[in-house]
Design a protein around this ligand. Structure first.
Ligand code: ATP
Ligand code: MG
Length: 465
């Protein structure tokens, strides 16, 4: 993308309505525009990040064997009367009436609807296990929408639902979700710690929330600092392997980590004092096992192996896709702006032309742009006729992890400069090496780049040579 042809309405001033850094930076970087309290338009660059996050969520859900689908935002109230939640949900539920005076609602979650789909189409235990999920807009009429997309009223969420014959199978589904969520967050460059939590209006006994530690988080958390040393990393996972999933759950949840709702001071006090941490966190996901809470009242049964109908065991599992955009910024920024982790960055690198209009500099930028694009990467080329300082400030604000700076002086020596947004370190190299470096950085995030085993073979940027 060339900046002169893009829509990136950055703000020079700090917006006064923003109380936390992620909200401020999302407004300043032209990612969102508020349309009503807790309701936002996603401007092109914000939309790109939202899509990248959604894509990772899909890839990891599909990898875990879960099946994508799409349910509507509006739901009939009658479904919620069956489970008893129409009255229980209270004022957070946005209720509307259609022209025939039928009660409808804008879905805050989808347990009832998915159970309705299940009971209409699944009749035998042989069709289990089954996990369906979707990524869809939700509405909760929050009493205090705030912090931008972190606590919106309309927000984008992945919600998945498992159906199993036995409690044991449903607990495997629970473990599978825990593991797939850990992978999902790690790919976004985040550490999200599973913490024992309270089940709230979803109900059930077993539940973990995933929390990103941040001063601005709304949850109070208590944990053993040793949990921050564990990560999934690159290990191979077989999601059908019950023992492996159980072992990973135990590895990640045996150390103390709880939200204030389930905090137990006596147990906490038994942890070596140097490892006791009380902090704040952002909830970016939650998983539940709730057994037959919905299947029983709604008649979601299957014919069991002995021919008798049995209610299925269920759980539900949510990831706050739109909240994650804010959470990632809270976890990754500095005084100059956002620092996107490579896994979610809206553009893979910036190209800054220090002297727009200089024939050589323009030509070198064009070549870099084409070479990166032909590899399947998306550079953002700042081709505005602006001072270098203004261009750097924009790049720092919008937070692309890598910047290639091109100027007449460097080109005389055959080099451009590659700068890391995170460390600020710059290295001079030939334009070809710069392209190679950027491509290699993104290879793990983009399996399609296909750089192995022979890096770059046959790619069109060899015309550089
Ligand atoms: P919270 O405690 O923050 O109100 P919740 O526990 O009610 O959230 P869940 O039903 O667990 O939310 O929804 C799954 C995920 O959706 C949450 O973990 C969170 O990341 C996200 N989410 C929930 N409410 C909002 C909201 N108002 N704005 C943005 N994201 C939200
Ligand atoms: Mg929750």
């Amino acid at each position: 993308m060339r900046l002169t042809r893009y829509f990136l309405p950055v703000l020079k001033e700090n917006p006064s309505e923003a109380q936390i850094v992620s909200h401020r930076l999302m407004l300043r970087a032209g990612m969102i525009k508020q349309q009503a309290a807790g309701i936002y338009s996603w401007l092109p660059m914000g939309f790109k990040v939202l899509r990248r996050i959604e894509q990772i969520v899909h890839e990891e859900q599909i990898r875990a064997g879960h099946i994508p689908m799409l349910m509507p935002t509006l739901q009939p109230a009658d479904l919620w009367r069956e489970s008893g939640r129409y009255d229980d949900y209270g004022q957070e539920m946005l209720r509307v009436r259609d022209r025939h005076q039928r009660d409808m609602l804008y879905g805050p979650t989808n347990e009832e609807m998915i159970t309705d789909i299940f009971r209409a189409h699944v009749g035998s235990y042989k069709d289990l296990p089954l996990t369906l999920y979707h990524v869809q807009w939700k509405f909760r009429d929050e009493i205090r929408p705030r912090f931008g997309v972190m606590r919106g009223r309309e927000f984008y969420m992945k919600d998945g639902y498992n159906f199993d014959l036995t409690k044991e199978d449903a607990l495997h589904a629970y473990n599978r979700h825990l593991v797939s969520y850990l992978r999902t967050y790690e790919r976004m460059g985040l550490q999200a710690i599973p913490m024992r939590a309270d089940s709230g209006p979803i109900g059930g006994d077993d539940t973990h929330e995933f929390l990103v530690l941040a001063e601005t988080g709304e949850s109070e958390v208590f944990y053993d600092s040793a949990v921050t040393d564990i990560s999934l990393g690159a290990r191979e996972i077989d999601y059908d392997d019950k023992a492996q999933c159980q072992a990973i759950l135990e590895e990640f949840t045996s150390l103390y980590a709880r939200t204030d709702e389930t905090h137990d001071q006596a147990v906490f006090d038994a942890i070596p004092e140097a490892r006791c941490r009380q902090a704040r966190g952002i909830e970016v996901g939650q998983i539940f096992y709730f057994g037959t809470k919905y299947s029983e009242p709604m008649g979601a049964t299957v014919q069991g192996p002995d021919g008798k109908p049995v209610p299925v065991h269920m759980g539900s599992h949510g990831i706050g896709v739109s909240r994650l955009v804010g959470a990632i910024i809270e976890a990754s920024h500095d005084e100059n702006g956002i620092i996107w982790p490579e896994g979610v960055t809206p553009f893979h690198c910036g190209i800054v032309n220090l002297k727009q209009g200089d024939a050589e500099a323009d030509a070198a930028c064009e070549k870099l742009y084409k070479a990166l694009t032909s590899l399947g990467l998306e550079p953002l080329y700042d081709d505005r006729d602006e001072r270098a300082g203004a261009k750097f400030a924009t790049m720092d604000l919008i937070g692309l992890p890598w910047r290639i700076t091109v100027g007449p002086r460097g080109l005389k020596n055959g080099v451009v400069e590659v700068t890391s947004r995170r460390t600020g370190d710059s290295v001079e190299m030939t334009p070809l090496d710069a392209v190679k470096k950027i491509a290699e950085i993104y290879a793990p995030h983009h399996p399609n780049l296909d750089l192995h085993p022979e890096p770059m073979a046959g790619r069109s940027f060899h015309t550089w040579l």
